[in-house]
Design a protein around this ligand. Structure first.
Ligand code: PMT
Length: 399
């Protein structure tokens, strides 16, 4: 926990008093804790309590700009390694699920790129309410984390599910989260991303719609998980994540050369790139003139890089492929997994609108040799990447 920057959001419920113990224990473990309270939370416990425990100013008002050099909610949003909202009322869950930003806590949560975890606390009937359950499901499908409330005597007199998880349970989750996040420390990972382009003449080429977003998200998640990342990328319009070594290539044969050149030193290989299966047999030296009614371009097969990796990889190397399919997704993906010697394959049905090529979102099913491992609903590619990396971490650490 040493040096981890954790922002704790506290909302208006009686369980707010338990947050004091959470903040105190986090600080004792070396975390740097900042606290944001809603106005309702201040009805239950004072900001002074959290200021004393966290040894930092407590934020309650979006417009209280103490430092003219920064905008407070953006500064706090950028500062966080992790956001924990405990207790999370029905109100805050619903507001975040619908993108509302009407106080310091909601504006900061919307602005943060850090993972957000919420620990609900409310009356049992409120918790079971279908609207709240839908909002919780929505948040989870968007990559927010949930620490389930416990069952028992509630402050309102009812008995049932709705008690905020005990501070020790939340602490355990936070510790588990940071350990899981660092699951690739010391590992070398090779990620391929983007399309390849196969020239026809000096001005034209064959290619596909890959934007590189999925592969770059994998590279970023791997770097955050502590890996040493090499990213071999086809031509894309995105910047490489910080601290990632990028090797730029254009054609499939260049990608093959780059991959095979460093394969032996890698612990993990993730092939997200959309490699062209064929290339023109002859590349014209000069621009082709449009003096014929039809034009035939003969194509020859490109090397199947994944197939070569599968044949050469050592037992201690972990290999993940992707499958972009428009139909029979499971069959084709599992066939590729077996044929190309992959440990996992991430299948996306690219005919579904709004996911796959070019989009910021994806929806995938992951298979291993035994069958389906997990199914991730439509969510942004960064969240999908984080889940793929944590699955690789689990599998590697089992090896
Ligand atoms: O880049 P984005 O816009 O974010 O889009 C993401 C994506 C749709 C490209 C990505 O999610 C994805 O599905 N990537 C794999 C695309 C693909 O080429 O799938 P495939 O089913 O044709 O190939 C199967 C596997 O073999 C892939 O791991 C591929 O990298 C590899 N392959 C394919 C052909 C070839 N000649 N050499 C290879 O290594």
């Amino acid at each position: 926990m040493q040096g981890k920057r954790i922002v704790i959001g506290i909302t208006g419920g009686i369980a707010a008093f338990k947050a004091a113990s959470l903040v105190s224990q986090l600080v004792q473990r070396g975390a740097e804790v900042r606290v944001i309270m809603t106005q309702s939370a201040t009805q239950f416990i004072t900001p002074l309590t959290f200021q004393t425990l966290s040894r930092n100013h407590v934020f309650t008002d979006t417009f209280e700009e103490r430092n003219p050099k920064v905008v407070s909610h953006i500064d706090l949003a950028d500062h966080a390694d992790l956001f924990v909202i405990a207790p999370a009322t029905a109100n805050i869950i619903s507001k975040i699920a619908h993108g509302l930003a009407d106080d310091m806590l909601t504006t900061t949560v919307l602005a943060t790129e850090a993972p957000v975890c919420f620990a609900p606390a409310m009356n049992v009937h409120m918790y079971q309410n279908v609207i709240i359950q839908e909002n919780i499901n929505r948040l989870q499908s968007l990559g927010y984390h949930l620490i389930e409330p416990g069952e028992g005597q509630l402050a309102c007199g009812y008995v049932g599910r709705g008690r905020m998880a005990e501070p020790e349970v939340i602490l355990e989750w936070i510790e588990w989260y940071f350990q899981k996040k660092a699951c690739l420390t010391g590992k070398k990972i090779l990620v391929t991303a983007g399309p390849t382009i196969e020239p026809i003449d000096p001005v034209r080429y064959f290619s596909n719609h890959s934007s590189g977003k999925m592969g770059y998200a994998i590279a970023e998640a791997a770097e955050k998980a502590g890996a040493d990342v090499t990213l071999i990328s086809g031509p894309v319009a995105i910047r490489p994540p910080a601290r990632v070594k990028r090797i730029e290539v254009k054609r499939a044969i260049e990608m093959r050369e780059a991959v095979m050149g460093c394969l032996s030193e890698m612990d993990i290989i993730v092939k997200t790139a959309a490699v062209a299966d064929y290339r023109p047999r002859n590349v014209f030296d000069q621009k082709i003139k449009k003096d014929q009614e039809t034009l035939t371009v003969e194509l020859e097969k490109n090397p199947d890089i994944a197939m070569e990796i599968g044949k050469q990889k050592r037992r201690d190397q972990f290999f993940v492929g992707f499958a972009a399919e428009t139909e029979n997704v499971e069959n084709y993906a599992r066939e590729k997994l077996a044929k190309k010697g992959m440990d996992l394959i991430v299948a996306n049905q690219v005919s579904i609108p709004g996911i796959g090529f070019g989009s910021d979102q994806n929806q995938v099913v992951i298979y291993d040799a035994e069958g389906e491992v997990c199914r991730l609903p439509k969510m942004d590619k960064k969240s999908i990447a984080a889940q793929i990396i944590s699955l690789i971490g689990e599998r590697m650490n089992d090896c």
